[in-house]
Design a protein. Structure first.
Length: 157
């Protein structure tokens, strides 16, 4: 198997049995196309053709990614809202709960992949048009925490 550039790709390994909360979801959203489809769904896209136009993705790849998102319960298909013969892809509650993940990725990207004066799209509050505040992690007691304040606890098996 090879990717678009012709380089050999390693066979995808399932993380379904992993004890890691980062690894296991990668079976569902671990490729960049899936995250971009989810991003577009948050932006209101729902039809196959809309996703294809936005992403410039080959039909077979888009179809496979949408099937995967549906099979993992991140998206579902519904009849077209205009009564047409097509179906629409919409985020489920599981899919909508990915919003903070995309916001974190967006904010990280804005910080490290754009020059300070370089224009880019920005996530703003609909109510007042003000940019969304930077995400922070909080301990149960309300303290802001970062990677130096946390450890991974492995289950006793």
């Amino acid at each position: 198997m090879s990717d678009e550039s012709g380089f050999a790709m390693a066979k995808r390994v399932s993380h379904q049995k992993s004890l890691c909360g980062v690894a296991r979801p990668l079976d569902a959203i671990g490729d960049w196309w899936s995250l971009l489809i989810i991003r577009d769904a948050f932006d209101g896209l729902s039809r196959f053709g809309e996703f294809q136009k936005s992403l410039g993705l080959a039909k077979n790849i888009l179809s496979a990614r949408l099937r995967n998102l549906v099979s993992h319960g991140i998206m579902e298909t519904i009849p077209a809202s205009d009564g047409g013969p097509y179906q629409e892809y919409v985020l489920t509650a599981k899919g909508r709960s990915l919003f903070p993940v995309l916001v974190a990725l967006r904010q990280w990207g804005e910080e490290f992949f754009f020059e300070p004066d370089e224009p880019h799209v920005m996530l703003v509050d609909k109510l007042n048009g003000i940019p969304v505040k930077r995400l922070q992690l909080h301990a149960e007691d309300g303290r802001v925490v970062d990677s130096t304040d946390t450890i991974i606890r492995f289950p006793v098996i």
